[in-house]
Design a protein around this ligand. Structure first.
Ligand SMILES: *Cc1c(COP(=O)(O)O)cnc(C)c1O
Length: 401
């Protein structure tokens, strides 16, 4: 406590964040997660900003599965996986995820952040090349940084630029090349062009990796993810994803692929070797979630119906959205102060939303991001749409019809 200058500098930096409007306050909920949540002040809000795509966070059936696993396997293990932290439920979940994703084997992590942080360094070195989409998630960027491979970046979803980078890595004589992309980009709800990526990978002899955090459980005909949506199941080398969004919403992540890849990660991946095992109740609940969404398309159907309805209605009211089909719907407000005012007004009207502006999205691309859930009722969506219309009219941002 003897370096006062350190603390003064921190105070100054925090103050700057605040004055630049970049400070992120925490929103405290007094209820479980769901389509409706209770704020700390007791107000009920309709939640339009959770990654709760299938509505399973806060869901009672999921909770019951967690409780059953809690009863059987206890609270925790106080161990990493390889010492004494592997239970039958972890092996069952790894098997179920492999079957679900169409891969040979799967390794669990405490978070997808860890899965991405620990996937590159054990598999690639300075002789290799990682070719990464410019909008990939922070955890991929950090994982790549931890690895000695050469880094190539291509413009978001730009196949001409990807080919240019593949050529550059080839010209540099790189031994192994891996193309890495988010399956779905969370700021825009855009879907990676995996059909084209797989063709380019074949042409240049490259591996492929996708992060399925915003896709696993609901993209594609049976919810396997973006690879199913794009018709390339079995053609992606490595799949990472989270158990903390659609697949239950508590926490946890995974990496899935060929058995020799997963075996090497079990030997060398640092977040796996040096961090505690996934809590057994999460493993048990995740198993039940996979079983539930494999048996019935009900939740997925409701999510897609809600998404189609909201996308159609919000445009009819006079808002501009990024076109697409994903439950992430960016409602474009363009200017940062408008996005801030808009989100604040929606909060007053009882709708929880998040606004994004520079530097999270490009300058002039400020927006509020709506995320649909299977848990939203039509009535709730109509309430939200009415609030959008009111706030839009008050702020004079509706397009003339
Ligand atoms: C949310 C997210 C992660 C992190 O997932 P956690 O399991 O919460 O660590 C990783 N990648 C992408 C693309 C994400 O959206």
């Amino acid at each position: 406590m003897s370096d006062q200058a350190f603390y003064s500098a921190l105070q100054q930096k925090l103050h700057t964040l605040q004055s630049e409007g970049l400070f992120k306050p925490e929103r405290v909920l007094a209820s479980r997660q769901g389509a409706e949540v209770v704020a700390q002040d007791g107000r009920t809000l309709i939640n339009m900003c959770a990654n709760n795509y299938l509505g399973l966070s806060g869901d009672l059936e999921t909770q019951k599965a967690a409780e059953a696993a809690l009863q059987k396997y206890g609270y925790g293990l106080s161990s990493v996986r390889f010492i004494c932290g592997t239970q039958t439920v972890h092996k069952e979940l790894e098997g179920a995820l492999s079957r679900f994703l169409g891969t040979e084997d799967t390794i669990l992590y405490a978070a997808a952040f860890d899965a991405n942080g620990g996937v590159f360094e054990p598999l690639f070195d300075e002789n290799d090349a990682i070719i990464s989409d410019a909008l990939n998630h922070a955890s991929i960027i950090d994982g790549v940084r931890l690895c000695k491979a050469a880094r190539y970046r291509y413009a978001n979803n730009d196949m001409a630029d990807l080919e240019k980078q593949l050529q550059a890595a080839t010209d540099a004589g790189k031994r192994h090349k891996i193309i890495v992309t988010d399956g779905v980009f969370s700021m825009d709800g855009t879907i990676a062009k995996l059909d084209e990526i797989v063709v380019l990978a074949e042409k240049y002899g490259a591996l492929t990796m996708i992060d399925e955090s915003h896709a696993s459980g609901f993209m594609g005909a049976t919810g396997r993810g973006t690879h199913e949506h794009c018709g390339v199941v079995g053609k992606i080398d490595i799949i990472t994803g989270t158990l903390g969004k659609a697949l239950g919403g508590a926490m946890g992540g995974f990496t899935s692929g060929r058995k020799e890849v997963i075996e090497m990660l079990r030997q060398k991946s640092r977040p796996y070797l040096f961090s505690n095992t996934l809590a057994p109740m999460i493993a048990g609940a995740s198993l039940a979630v996979l079983e539930r969404i494999s048996k019935s398309t009900e939740l997925r159907d409701r999510l897609h119906e809600n998404t189609a309805y909201f996308r159609k209605e919000i445009e009819r009211i006079g808002f501009t959205i990024k076109p697409g089909t994903h439950p992430v719907v960016p409602v474009m407000l363009f200017e940062a102060p408008i996005a801030q005012k808009f989100a604040a007004r929606m909060f007053e009207l009882g709708v929880l939303l998040s606004g994004f502006f520079y530097p999270v999205v490009p300058m002039g691309q400020a927006r509020v991001r709506v995320q649909l859930s299977a848990a939203h009722t039509r009535e709730q969506l109509d309430t939200v749409l009415a609030a959008f219309e009111q706030a839009g009219r008050e702020l004079g941002i509706l397009k003339a019809q």
